[in-house]
Design a protein around this ligand. Structure first.
Ligand SMILES: [Zn+2]
Length: 275
């Protein structure tokens, strides 16, 4: 659609064992009982869309105080998040002279720490999230239980701000957010409820943002390779095939959630935008 601009906000890396992204990547065998794990500098990013009807965000990346204050030790040990000051998510928005209160809509792929870290900033936005994802994240929050890849303080700050949540019911397959922007319900897979966003650009063509429904092109295959973090393996595989169908039907590029090679090829917000 004419008049839509898309910015890629690259927000630092998660140094981690690559088997988090690709399950069983370095599995031992009789002949190789002590395989060497592959180290990954897994990139994180969010997407800002400038639409004639207002600013839209797809995800909100990691909280700048994650490593110093918010993350439990287990999360820091697994993902030693690295981002220079100018790579932090709020800084990326500021570089484009966009104020958080100007954001009108947010689509949350899911609520893990590297996607939901800055929700508290967006008090004017309507925030769409899968109802099952929201329910499970806030269930863990309320129970004060071990939260794994959700961060208690991120959810606490979001709750304190009385944000304008819009829950996408499990049975709704897709929803037009604005002309040229369609939310897809990928259901359970990597997490309890995953959402994607199809962005229809005039010159760059269609882009399907799938976030962690598919971490990398290696997971996508074919053949499919499941990720190391997965809630519903059957749902995950079903989603991957659904994504392939949508991408074919809409002639869309698929942008994965944490693909180092793919992100290198994308134009970052410091270099320009897609339109
Ligand atoms: Zn992620």
């Amino acid at each position: 659609m004419k008049g839509i601009k898309l910015y890629v906000l690259a927000t630092g890396v998660l140094p981690q064992d690559k088997s988090i992204l690709i399950a069983g990547l370095t599995q031992a065998t009789e002949k190789n009982r002590n395989p060497v794990p592959v180290w990954s500098r897994t990139p994180t990013y969010a997407v800002l869309i400038e639409h004639p009807d207002g600013y839209v965000l797809f995800d909100t990346s990691v909280n700048p105080e994650g490593m110093t204050k918010r993350f439990p030790q287990s999360l820091k040990t697994m993902n030693n998040y690295e981002a220079a000051d100018d790579e932090q998510f709020p800084a990326r928005l500021a570089q484009l002279k966009v104020k958080p209160e100007q954001i009108k809509y947010i689509v949350m792929s899911h609520m893990h720490f590297d996607h939901a870290g800055n929700l508290e900033l967006f008090t004017n936005a309507e925030i769409t999230v899968h109802e099952d994802e929201f329910a499970q994240a806030y269930k863990a929050f309320g129970l004060n239980s071990e939260m794994g890849v959700y961060v208690w303080e991120d959810l606490h700050q979001a709750a304190m701000k009385k944000l304008n949540w819009k829950l996408l019911p499990a049975g709704v397959e897709k929803k037009v957010l604005l002309p040229g922007l369609t939310i897809y319900n990928f259901g359970s897979g990597h997490s309890y409820g995953m959402l994607g966003l199809l962005v229809e650009l005039e010159s760059a063509g269609n882009i399907l943002l799938v976030a962690d429904a598919i971490y990398t092109s290696t997971n996508y295959g074919p053949p499919l390779k499941p990720p190391g973090i997965i809630y519903d393996s059957i749902g995950w595989a079903r989603t991957a095939e659904k994504i392939r169908e949508i991408a074919t039907e809409k002639n869309a590029q698929v942008w994965f959630g944490h693909d180092e090679d793919q992100l290198k090829t994308l134009k970052k917000s410091t270099e320009g935008y897609y339109e």
